[in-house]
Ligand binder design. Structure first.
Ligand SMILES: Cc1ncc(COP(=O)(O)O)c(C=O)c1O
Length: 361
């Protein structure tokens, strides 16, 4: 039996408000109707306004990982290579996905907890040609963010190389402006900073990336980025049947996000991050992420007191909360608090008070 609801302080899926959930119960219409065109384009227009972008935008019925496959099948020409910055589990998933798509990919390993920086790839870019560089803007496994603009600026010197960015757990939370930062494909899932249920993925695509797709054969069908935008150009709809119910919720949620404003959302989440960090240090824990590169949406706390994270979560569950243990090899060495979406400082104080009580801090 599914247990009592626990407020989600995990780094996705995050807590979804009742009014947003309720939007999914709107009566359906056909995805080839004018009503659908209006709904879908309202979502895209709001995304364009939120991210202040002139680039192409699509919303696909899938989770964010689909965009890793899309990257592998659309952006790397035959005989060309990808360069993947890997500093955690999700950036590694991107590398592996490209390899699974049959792409030749070179991996630059960076210690978990540290941030990828332009200096990690500059020499490689000078020595060899790469069709794409991949980077994870917000490594959810470690709580490390990257300075995207620094990568965008670097790649201005390599016009054949596209910047492909996994921002699954930060887009819509951290302040990310694709045009200013110079990204060519940046993608996210709805269950993170958009505070919606899982099931939709957002991709923001430069003209350069879209042009590149024409030079890449075997793009598949669901993963054919060129076909997605060609269909949109003609019909202003999606090539296959989308999750209309979630799009109702997305349209509604974006109105709330625009009202709060991208800068204010990012400032609110930064305050939660800073409060969480201070709390952790004041109680004798450590911070896992390299200084200056801490994620705005997920705090990874070094478990210096060697507390039992599994037992904590069990006890927290009885109080109606859940946090995340460390990811993979970081289990028990770290624990993570996801503070994305609609969470507020008052909510966070409630959670931290519950942890203090359970661990007798
Ligand atoms: C940084 C990052 N990339 C990719 C993914 C995978 O996203 P999805 O589960 O929506 O496919 C996640 C999920 O947690 C993530 O945090």
């Amino acid at each position: 039996m599914i247990s009592l609801h626990k407020k989600l302080w995990i780094p996705g899926p995050t807590e979804v408000k009742d009014d947003v959930l309720e939007q999914q119960s709107n009566k359906l219409f056909g995805h080839r109707s004018n009503d659908f065109t209006l709904l879908y384009n309202s979502v895209l227009d709001q995304l364009r306004e939120f991210f202040k972008t002139e680039q192409h935008i699509t919303v696909i019925t899938a989770s964010g990982t689909l965009f890793m496959d899309i990257s592998g099948r659309n952006l790397i020409r035959p005989g060309k290579k990808a360069l993947c910055l890997v500093n955690g589990s999700f950036s590694d998933r991107m590398y592996k996905t490209l390899v699974n798509c049959g792409v030749e990919a070179e991996k630059v390993d960076i210690e978990w907890g540290k941030a990828p920086k332009p200096e990690h790839i500059k020499e490689k870019l000078d020595q060899s040609e790469f069709d794409v560089v991949t980077v994870c803007q917000n490594e959810t496994s470690t709580g490390v963010k990257v300075d995207l603009k620094a990568f965008g600026d670097l790649l201005k010197n390599y016009p054949e190389t596209l910047l492909v960015v996994d921002a699954v757990s930060s887009l819509g939370g951290d302040l990310i402006l694709p045009d200013e930062m110079g990204t060519d494909l940046i993608f996210a899932s709805t269950q993170k900073c958009f505070a919606l249920p899982p099931g939709l993925a957002v991709g923001i695509v430069s003209q350069k990336a879209l042009d590149r797709t024409k030079e890449v054969p075997n793009r598949g069908s669901y993963t054919d980025l060129n076909a997605i935008f060609a269909y949109f150009e003609k019909k202003r709809q999606t090539p296959s049947t989308p999750n209309i119910s979630l799009l109702f919720a997305f349209d509604y949620k974006l109105k709330q996000m625009l009202k709060e404003g991208a800068k204010n959302i990012s400032a609110r989440l930064t305050e939660l991050r800073d409060y969480t960090h201070k709390w952790a240090l004041d109680h004798g824990f450590g911070l896992f992420a390299e200084e200056g590169y801490s994620s705005v949406t997920v705090s990874t706390i070094a478990n210096k007191l060697e507390k039992d994270v599994g037992a904590l979560n069990k006890a927290l569950g009885e109080k109606g909360f859940v946090i995340a243990n460390g990811y993979g090899k970081l289990k028990n060495q770290t624990f993570r608090i996801g503070h994305m979406g609609d969470h507020t400082l008052d909510d966070l104080k409630e959670l931290l008070a519950a942890i203090e009580e359970i661990w007798e801090l």
